[in-house]
Write a protein that binds this ligand. Structure first.
Ligand SMILES: C[S@@+](CC[C@H](N)C(=O)[O-])C[C@H]1O[C@@H](n2cnc3c(N)ncnc32)[C@H](O)[C@@H]1O
Length: 277
């Protein structure tokens, strides 16, 4: 199923988060190690506690796309997430996945452990943050290197919701991430990927082009869009190649009101993608 072995492994980005910037954008502030609390602007019923430490990788601190993604998911997608089998890619310290897990636990969810994944260097930090929030019963952390065969536990889980925040910043990793997304859609054609990143380099938009060739890419409705677009933050859903083919066959007879009622009050309709590049 997975042709991922054929892709030559590219090194992941250097551990230094400064490496993800370019001259166009101001450098992010590197945080020193410590604990912080996040509530996604009031979307969480109780604060998420996070230990941050960038010594093992750039995922060791929170990033703008992760903050936006967490807020968006909690605000608009909670009905989709409630019973979903959720997998997070490039989770870093677990900002988004743990925020979602915390709220779902508050809502009484007990089934389907949420999987947060990253490279080996981030495993300990993910586990620390699971522990800090007493989420051991609802979240597992594991290693998932993009472009490599999916871990057995993921194959068994067949995730139907995939979260990826701030995973577009290192061009050699684009084909690896694409391969992992393709593998996940092969595993489950009904899956949806929630995808958010901040554009720092022109090359980042190459990833969107690759995704649009392979998947059905739509902009997600969010009333904050005018604000975050100005900050060059992109927020999409991706659906499988099969969904893309179907959409081509039956060009959307989009009835906004109908979509909204079907999706639930917190899920306004997705919009056809018109990416301002
Ligand atoms: C900028 S951080 C984002 C962390 C978090 N999602 C957030 O939004 O705050 C990107 C994450 O992707 C992970 N990553 C980069 N290349 C990867 C690869 N080849 N396989 C798996 N994870 C990778 C990094 O380790 C890092 O934790």
């Amino acid at each position: 199923m997975q042709s991922s072995q054929q892709i030559e492994a590219a090194p992941s980005p250097p551990l230094n988060p400064l490496a993800i910037t370019e001259e166009l954008t101001p450098l992010p502030q590197l945080k020193s190690a410590g604990d912080t609390q996040v509530q996604f602007e009031g979307q969480l019923s109780r604060p998420l506690r996070l230990h941050e430490d960038v010594r093992t990788g750039c995922g060791g601190q929170t990033w703008p796309a992760g903050m936006l993604m967490g807020k968006h998911l909690l605000r608009y997608q909670i009905d989709t997430l409630r019973d979903a089998r959720i997998l997070e890619l490039g989770a870093g310290g677990g900002l988004v996945g743990l925020g979602v897990a915390l709220e779902l636990e508050m809502m009484g969810r007990q089934n389907n452990k949420l999987l947060i994944t990253d490279q080996e260097e981030m495993l300990q930090l993910m586990r620390t943050n699971i522990g800090l929030n007493q989420l051991d019963d609802s979240v597992d952390a594991l290693i998932l290197n993009w472009g490599e065969p999916l871990p057995e536990i993921v194959v068994t889980q067949r995730p139907d919701v995939i979260i990826a925040a701030e995973c577009v910043y290192f061009e050699p990793a684009f084909p690896l991430l694409m391969q992992t997304l393709k593998d996940l859609f092969e595993l489950n054609e009904e899956a949806i990927v929630f995808f958010c990143f901040k554009k720092r380099r022109r090359a980042d938009l190459q990833f969107v082009k690759m995704a649009k060739k392979a998947f059905l890419v739509e902009e997600l409705y969010d009333e904050d869009r005018p604000i975050f677009e100005r900050q060059r933050l992109f927020l999409f859903s991706f659906r499988s190649p099969k969904a893309k083919a179907e959409a081509k066959k039956n060009p959307a007879k989009k009835d906004a009101k109908g979509d909204r009622e079907e999706a639930g009050r917190n899920s306004p309709p997705s919009l056809d993608v018109k990416v301002k590049m």
